[in-house]
Design a protein around this ligand. Structure first.
Ligand code: G3P
Ligand code: CA
Length: 245
């Protein structure tokens, strides 16, 4: 079972910052998830929300800022333990840190309602520009239009269906949507990661990864029900859990 660092080692450093990614690498992570947005002037950057309210206390959208403006803002402002300056990193900067260590890279594209037109082309060009990166890359999105556009752009790019607000009843339509874009992975919220759902998705031919798993108990349960990977804010637990496979 893959132990995927979620937004870097985000339990110990401001999420999705260079500090969090450095820590994840130091903790032995080889599998990484992070959230991709685009600035007003077209730079790919890594941050969870569309706005900076939750991290910097400023209700301003990434889409409305240039990279030059964005990089001056402290997104560790609201982090309890360490408010030392951290900027929203460019994807390029994140990759300089995690790229050499990575076996698997999950680019989660935040693009609800196509708020970042052209982000799919830009991301694909980025992935293709780095030797060996395409093979270890997988793109996921809560936005189905984003997955469809990625599939139109590339026959072979690995895609993950990202379930949002799913229930057992809604699983079948979700599996159909995942098939429609030829996704290889299906990413499921821990809330509905029960054996019956995981088995159903796996039977349909997908790898199942579950977000966000932060306790040893849940990690063990995920392993027992055949989950292929867990997203965790605690990548240091990798060794401690002595998970097999
Ligand atoms: O990619 C898995 C997980 O990160 C999706 O949810 O809201 O944490 O980006 P969120
Ligand atoms: Ca995410």
């Amino acid at each position: 079972m893959k132990i995927i660092s979620h937004r870097g080692a985000s339990a110990y450093a401001p999420e999705n910052t260079l500090k969090a990614f450095r820590l994840a690498v130091e903790m032995g992570s080889r599998d990484f998830e992070f959230d991709v947005h685009q600035t007003k002037d077209g730079y790919l950057v890594v941050h969870h929300d569309y706005s900076l309210l939750g991290t910097a206390g400023r209700d301003v959208k990434i889409a409305d800022l240039s990279w030059a403006e964005l990089k001056k803002i402290n997104v560790a402002q609201h982090y309890r333990a360490d408010k030392a300056f951290q900027h929203v990193p460019r994807l390029e900067e994140v990759m300089d840190i995690i790229g050499p260590a990575a076996d698997w890279l999950n680019f989660e594209v935040k693009n609800d309602g196509n708020v970042y037109p052209g982000i799919e082309e830009k991301l694909l060009a980025f992935i293709n520009s780095k030797p060996g990166m395409f093979a270890k890359s997988l793109v996921s999105s809560f936005d189905h239009g984003t997955l469809k556009r990625c599939r139109e752009l590339s026959h072979d790019l690995k895609l993950a269906y990202l379930g949002h607000g799913l229930s057992t009843v809604l699983l079948l339509p979700a599996i159909k949507k995942a098939r429609a874009v030829r996704a290889v992975n299906f990413h499921l919220a821990l809330r509905i990661a029960f054996k019956i759902n995981v088995s159903r998705i796996k039977k349909a031919g997908f790898n199942v990864c579950v977000y966000t798993v932060n306790t040893k108990k849940d990690a063990r349960r995920m392993q027992e029900i055949g989950v292929d990977g867990i997203f965790t804010n605690h990548p240091d637990l990798l060794g401690k859990w002595t998970l097999k496979g």
